[in-house]
Design a protein around this ligand. Structure first.
Ligand code: AMP
Ligand code: TRP
Length: 326
């Protein structure tokens, strides 16, 4: 089963990224899975170039520390493979302005910022190119990416109908728990790298004391009963969801074991610390050898290029371009 997913090198990974995406990547890694650091997507964020370079290597080190094995799966950097940008253009000539205008993530980001870059608008087309280039069947992501995936399928179907059968139609893959982790301070908002609330997000590199402090201060409610109820008790429901994501249970089963918020928070902190400490430790070891990390990217890009070239050329020929090949 061909699996592909991507993550932006846009800052330190948090438990939302981990439970929504990366933990699934690790579980499902095989010779047929590809994981991509989408540095071209991160250019929509207006990062300082030196920051982007640092964060790219940090992201790679974190992914390997979290359990992705470059000898098993393919770990690569999007910008190293020019076919992503090339297929992006072909797909921009298939996607419509109207459908891109309907993307919630774009609407939210554009609202926050006047004078946004065109790349922010066309971002989902590049994501479609990432996915379709590799004949992807499953895309493990958090729930915020489902709309982009639906668009990818629509673009692929339209292409296939117009130009002949070219692309595989991909399907999303959500984790049973943790597909949408909320901010600990504002549990009606998604936990996000871009939101400046350090108490609201737990990163994979936080030290144990910070994790404990953030969980003990997480917003709950005054009702006092431990149960899943997203509408009336988003804070407690989120803690249960995070617990379930780490322990591979259902949030309801976790809730049944607890009477008081204090106990739940105490055990959750222990669980998160014991799950994340080895990742932070391994990250520090890996980060000390940037040369080895660069080689991972070189090897990964080499592995990914072959599939990407074949699919790109198939698509280009289908549209009437003189691409090499049959
Ligand atoms: P990004 O950091 O936007 O590149 O996201 C990388 C992956 O993490 C994507 O699959 C997202 O869907 C997932 N993700 C991001 N934030 C969350 C969250 N708060 N809860 C669950 N998954 C998330
Ligand atoms: N848009 C995704 C996000 O912000 C990142 C991404 C880019 C991606 N290309 C992808 C995810 C391809 C899955 C597959 O989270």
């Amino acid at each position: 089963m061909r699996i592909l997913s991507g993550i932006q090198p846009s800052g330190v990974m948090h438990v939302g990224n981990y439970l929504g995406a990366v933990k699934q990547w690790v579980t499902h890694q095989s010779a047929d899975s590809l994981y991509c650091i989408v540095d071209l997507h991160a250019l929509t964020l207006e990062l300082d170039p030196s920051v982007l370079r640092e964060q790219t290597i940090d992201t790679l080190a974190t992914l390997v520390a979290a359990g992705l094995d470059p000898d098993v799966c393919t770990l690569f950097l999007q910008s190293r493979i020019a076919f992503h940008a090339q297929l992006n253009w072909l797909l921009e000539c298939v996607a419509t302005f109207g459908e891109l205008s309907r993307m919630t993530q774009f609407k939210e980001k554009a609202e926050r910022k006047g004078g946004y870059r065109v790349g922010l608008f066309t971002y989902p087309v590049l994501m479609a190119a990432d996915i379709l280039l590799y004949d992807t069947e499953r895309v493990p992501v958090g729930d915020d990416q489902l709309q982009h995936l639906e668009l990818t399928r629509e673009i692929a179907e339209r292409f296939n109908n117009r130009y002949g059968d070219t692309f595989t139609l991909p399907e999303g893959m959500l984790p049973p728990s943790g597909a949408r982790v909320m901010d600990l301070q504002e549990p009606t908002h998604k936990m996000s790298k871009s939101v400046a609330s350090p108490l609201g997000q737990i990163t994979l590199l936080d030290d144990p004391r910070d994790i404990e402090r953030k969980i003990s201060r997480a917003v709950t409610d005054t009702d006092g009963e431990v149960r899943v109820d997203w509408e009336n008790k988003p804070g407690v429901s989120n803690l249960l969801e995070i617990y379930a994501g780490f322990s591979d249970e259902s949030p309801h089963d976790v809730a049944r074991r607890y009477e008081r918020y204090g106990e739940l928070k105490h055990d959750l902190a222990e669980l998160v610390i014991s799950s994340l400490s080895p990742i932070a430790q391994r990250y520090r070891e890996l980060r000390a050898d940037p040369g080895a990390l660069q080689s991972v990217l070189d090897a990964g890009s080499l592995k990914a290029t072959h599939v990407a070239a074949t699919t790109y050329q198939r698509a280009a020929r289908a549209m009437g371009l003189y691409a090499p090949g049959a």
